[in-house]
Design a protein around this ligand. Sequence first.
Ligand SMILES: Cc1cc2nc3c(=O)[nH]c(=O)nc-3n(C[C@H](O)[C@H](O)[C@H](O)COP(=O)(O)O)c2cc1C
Length: 335
Amino acid sequence: MTVGLCRGYISTVKIAGIQIESLAFLAPMAGYTNSAFRQLCKEMGAGFVFTEFVSSEGIIRESQKTFNYLQFNQSERPIGIQLFGHNPKVMAEAARIIEERYRPDVIDLNFGCSVRKVVKKDAGAALLKNPSLLQSVAQSVVKAVKTPVTAKIRAGWNHQSIVALDVARILENAGVTALTIHPRTASDGYRGTANWDLIAEVKNLLSIPVIGNGDIKHPEDAVRMRNETGCDAVMIGRAAIGNPWIFEQVKQLLNGNYDYFKPGLSDKLDMCLKQIEYERQISDDEHVNRIMKKYYRHYINGFPNASNIRNRLVRSESIREAINIINEIKSLTTQ
Ligand SMILES: Cc1cc2nc3c(=O)[nH]c(=O)nc-3n(C[C@H](O)[C@H](O)[C@H](O)COP(=O)(O)O)c2cc1C
């Protein structure tokens, strides 16, 4: 691992042999971080992007639905494909298939998902309750592929079992290349605040790069997280939805430019149109119209008349109609 200048100065980090200039990474988010959105984030300065988690069982069953999540454009590199599951053999076989078919820059192991349908199958954050199985999963995937393996964890299962430090050590010893920590417990879900002190503790313990995640709402938070925890890079989730500018803003701040670009309504409408264009290169118009409805409320807020514009967009019956509405608002806006 090489870390460039840190604490407020221009920095870089080397992950999986790739020197990364932008220290703000896009978090995996099921239902949001598809190829079109990842492309936008990459263009806007994200240093690393991840697919949403995919099921190892789905991959070895050759489920087309699962494979659809894995498609990416070469412009998205460096990219990680995130995998979940609890069976070391199945995880290893799924990783081999991913490596052969998609050649991602890293394969990321999900040990943080707290969603019921995942943890009830002993996968995701449930593995934090079973460190020896988590170790077997990580060792068996690392052994199965040449692609570097990374992992993403939470603090622990609940506040009575904070295991991040033990698990971090296990994962480093298993040969994981970098580790992301979202310091909430599985039982927290998204409640409360992420305990950034734990990011600092994990960073102090490991020699592999540590990526801090959780509660970066504004670009200034990313700089604060780096300064307070010493993490090598930050990962941004919810604050990037409808706001891919945040990656460039963090980059600017880390370069000491406090007067970074802030998008107006017109920029946001243009970004919606660009996302629609990228989505249409992948999916049919009906699907694109459905997907975009999840993003409008994130893109269009904080402006006069925003709720009216959003309501019109979420009621649109076709993507053509949505594009017409966006163009109409654009022609009326001076912001
Ligand atoms: C809608 C949604 C979907 C998510 N899906 C995943 C996922 O597939 N894999 C994963 O590791 N984390 C997933 N997460 C967790 C995020 O990657 C991230 O850890 C969490 O949102 C905290 O970061 P933030 O405060 O920047 O949003 C998801 C979060 C959200 C809100």
